[in-house]
Design a protein around this ligand. Structure first.
Ligand code: G3P
Ligand code: CA
Length: 337
């Protein structure tokens, strides 16, 4: 009898875990960027096939006002721009996407990220897809939306998108209203309500307010907005006791650096979970931290392996989703729990 009750209790708690896991999402950070060069359509297709719930797009603008999917506002780290257009850098030596037309950007080869060291290109993550091999390009946001919507049609699934407006103040200084352009494009592709599978994200609270109070109402649509939080120093008020409550007037969720959820000072035996998630949830905000990587040297010292890191964040800290370069691992983890 006692064993039977225990079994039922165990089963109930197991089902609760399964239900909990089913609610949680996997955001493919720059696509399946642990396996293929970030933000290429190949990396997005792979993320889709791996079962990601959402696929991320970092968005910047070209000189001729086209939205492209690129993490940096410069082309230096992920393309061969310095070889194809050697005399087109600015005074700081960087090649800004906003100085190039789409046609020029289409002539570039995209590659696994690298840095210049001693005059040589050195691949950032050494175990990832080999730099300067195969053939990849920089996609437009429109091409990527068509890819994901096309796959949704052919597979019958409903994978979401997660665009980030990159450096909106820089774009404004350059005379471009990137947020309005992104919202216009999202509307054109049918993303018009909070029930649609899109989260629009930015690190800029000032821009978030403009999007919420001006751009979305002017477009006649409403979308879920995510405030990214890079560190304790970004907007200190957001991490105060009533910070999440204040933010909830503008955002639907937060995307904090994962160190703001579980302190980097944690140890295996003493996990220091910050109050951020519980405060966000109390304010009705979703929490989607970034970035979970399993490359050598990327695991926080409090986690013995990637699966443990996922358990600590998804279940111990109770986040609603994570940005990861390895979406297959997070999908497998949630399916097993
Ligand atoms: O947008 C979430 C995460 O991607 C933020 O970091 O620098 O990779 O855009 P970043
Ligand atoms: Ca991003």
């Amino acid at each position: 009898m006692c064993t039977g009750i225990r079994l039922i209790t165990l089963l109930a708690s197991f089902m609760t875990m399964a239900e909990l896991a089913a609610e949680k999402i996997v955001i493919a950070h720059r696509g399946a960027s642990g396996y293929l060069p970030e933000h290429t359509l190949a990396a997005k297709s792979m993320a889709y096939a791996m079962g990601a719930t959402y696929i991320e797009q970092d968005v910047v603008m070209t000189r001729d006002n086209v939205l492209i999917v690129l993490h940096d506002i410069t082309l230096d780290r992920t393309t061969d721009v310095s070889e194809k257009f050697p005399d087109r850098s600015r005074g700081d030596g960087r090649f800004y996407a906003i100085d190039f037309t789409l046609k020029e950007i289409r002539s570039l080869s995209a590659t696994e990220g690298f840095r210049i060291q001693g005059g040589e290109k050195v691949q950032g993550y050494k175990n990832r897809f080999p730099m300067n091999t195969s053939s990849f390009g920089v996609p437009t946001l429109e091409e990527e939306l068509e890819l994901i919507q096309g796959l949704n049609r052919s597979t019958g699934k409903d994978v979401g998108i997660y665009p980030e407006i990159k450096q909106p103040e820089f774009h404004r200084d350059e005379g471009k209203d990137i947020s309005s352009e992104v919202v216009r494009l999202l509307k054109r592709y049918g993303y018009t309500t909070k029930d649609h599978k899109v989260f629009l994200q930015t690190f800029s609270f000032e821009e978030l307010k403009i999007i919420r109070n001006e751009i979305l109402p002017e477009a006649g649509i409403d979308l879920n907005l995510i405030q990214l939080i890079g560190s304790e120093m970004s907007y200190p008020w957001m991490l105060e006791r009533d910070g999440m409550e204040k933010l909830a007037g503008f955002a639907d969720g937060i995307g904090p650096a994962k160190g703001l959820v579980i302190s980097r000072e944690s140890t295996t035996s003493n996990l220091e979970i910050t109050p951020l998630v519980s405060r966000a949830h109390a304010a009705g905000l979703k929490v989607h931290p970034y970035t979970y990587r399993m490359d050598p040297g990327q695991l926080p010292s409090y986690a013995s392996d990637f699966q443990e890191l996922l358990r600590q964040h998804y279940f111990d800290a109770d986040v609603d989703g994570i940005f990861t370069d390895f979406p297959d691992k997070a999908v497998e983890f949630l399916e097993a729990n």
